[in-house]
Design a protein around this ligand. Structure first.
Ligand SMILES: [Zn+2]
Length: 495
């Protein structure tokens, strides 16, 4: 069997410090991964690009709220009731299975719309047995995916949960945000942080995690105005759209190409607001390194939609090993959240604008960070001759430049350190390496995707010029360190 790309990437990831299973010393904990020193930088850079778009460009309000929230939050949000997967346990070997996945696999039928009773019926009628020991399966029941915990001791003890989405942090502080936003709509709140889902049997490595990172934008708007003031700026962008109707006809995997403007005009996407954020999401993935050809926008079927959404469009990126993977979702949450929190907290969260009182609606642009991180490794990994390299864009590469002395003597390390410090002073994220021969140092830099290597040799001592070597072409060029900031121009040049 051919080596899966996932295995190849995992091997490099461990060796070079991108990621590895968490708690590995004790056999690991399924669904939890550590980011190593290189992976942590790459991940941070992906988040930086996201913040640049949503905080700087879109002017959203950045929030940083706790991972643990009171049970009443999730009572109101509906997660205690709805955020669950059907579980079935073998009565002989006690192995747990996701009932819908098991029935889908065994009977080759679609199970998204099936409830607990229907799944039970299908298992009994078709004699579906435990795939592990052929034993009898028990009753299917709903298993809530939230991690519960307790806060405080004894009598004061309160039940709490690890948040299953960062979004709730924005809804529960809506009143504060409304003040900060100077009582004007629309405005957005942005959250970047960890979320938790106790997945029943995560077996897809970095693709399905129990603790994962999200970047979410919650845009509060007036439901009588589902337009966006900057739509004109994105209306010519092309999107590969796969609608519910086309999916039901079993049509074109990739969808059909429309501009954002056409999509709204032809009512393929129901509102300008949703089309705007879908386009913005696409642009984010473009910026971190995914071309349009690797992406599609798929409208979620009604049976797969989360309980709070009236219409959701996903952005999916294709993976060699895992097929189409959801990386972002633009969900029209309508007034669901503020309404439920108004009711549960017994506090009217409606606003008054121009004498009209109403509950703001929410358009959500929700992004996973770990999946794009992994997919970026998959899409950027290249084997060229004997070289293995990650062709990351400069914006997300863990380091912008690597600095080496050609040999570890003759005052070259001292000079190399001078140049390295000069780069740091100019805010270049540089890495210094003097650990081996030049070929090995180039190979190491390639394998962590550093776009430019700067080598200091004997000539540098005479005329302050260095060799710049480009990762993508291996071409080399002699540039001056200070004159006209030649070296900084090479590093900062756009890609
Ligand atoms: Zn069994």
């Amino acid at each position: 069997m051919a080596e899966r790309k996932y295995d190849k990437i995992s091997a490099i990831a461990r060796r070079r410090g991108f990621f590895w299973p968490s708690s590995e010393l004790y056999g690991g904990l399924a669904g939890f991964y550590d980011y190593g020193p290189i992976g942590a930088l790459l991940k941070q850079n992906i988040e930086k690009v996201w913040k640049k778009i949503f905080i700087a460009q879109e002017g959203m309000l950045l929030l940083d709220t706790p991972n643990v929230m009171a049970d009443s939050v999730f009572q109101a949000s509906g997660h205690l009731e709805h955020f669950a997967d059907p579980l079935v346990t073998c009565t002989d070997c006690n192995t747990n299975f996701r009932a819908d996945k098991l029935v889908e696999e065994k009977l080759k039928i679609k199970t998204e719309a099936m409830g607990v009773d229907e799944l039970n019926g299908a298992i009994i009628a078709n004699g579906v047995a435990c795939p592990k020991c052929k034993g009898k399966l028990g009753e299917v029941y709903k298993f809530n995916l939230m991690f519960g915990t307790e806060v405080g001791p004894g009598e004061e003890k309160r039940i709490a949960y690890l948040r299953p989405e960062t979004a709730q942090g924005a809804f529960v502080s809506f009143e504060r945000l409304w003040e900060v936003a100077r009582k004007k709509l629309p405005f957005g709140a942005a959250l970047v942080g960890r979320s938790y889902r106790n997945e029943i049997s995560p077996r897809q490595g970095m693709i399905r995690l129990r603790e994962f990172s999200q970047a979410e934008a919650e845009v509060f708007f007036n439901p009588s105005d589902k337009k966006h003031p900057c739509f004109k700026e994105v209306e010519k962008e092309e999107l590969n759209l796969l609608t519910i109707e086309e999916q039901k006809k079993g049509k074109s995997e990739k969808g059909e190409k429309f501009t954002a403007k056409e999509a709204v005009h032809k009512k393929i996407i129901k509102s300008e607001l949703q089309a705007y954020y879908l386009t913005l999401a696409k642009q984010f993935f473009n910026r971190i390194g995914f071309p349009d050809s690797s992406m599609r926008c798929r409208q979620q079927l009604s049976e797969e939609r989360a309980h709070y959404s009236i219409d959701t469009w996903d952005i999916e990126i294709h993976s060699e090993d895992f097929g189409w993977i959801e990386v972002a979702a633009i969900a029209d949450r309508a007034d669901y959240d503020l309404k439920r929190h108004s009711e549960t907290a017994k506090k009217d969260l409606s606003v008054t604008i121009d004498g009209k009182k109403f509950l703001p609606h929410v358009m959500e642009a929700s992004f996973g960070i770990d999946r794009p991180f992994y997919l970026l490794l998959e899409h950027s990994l290249k084997a060229e001759g004997k070289r293995t390299l990650f062709k990351f864009k400069k914006k997300v590469a863990p380091f912008e430049a690597a600095v080496f002395p050609l040999v570890d003597k003759d005052k070259l390390p001292e000079k190399a350190l001078d140049i390295y410090n000069m780069l740091l002073e100019n805010n270049v994220m540089a890495q210094y390496d003097n650990s081996g021969n030049i070929g090995k140092m180039y190979a190491r830099a390639d394998e962590i995707g550093i776009p430019i290597c700067v080598t200091i040799d004997h000539q540098t001592l005479k005329d302050d010029t260095v060799t710049v070597r480009y990762r993508d072409t291996t071409k080399q060029k002699r540039v001056h360190v200070k004159k006209n900031y030649e070296i900084l121009h090479e590093i900062w040049e756009k890609d």
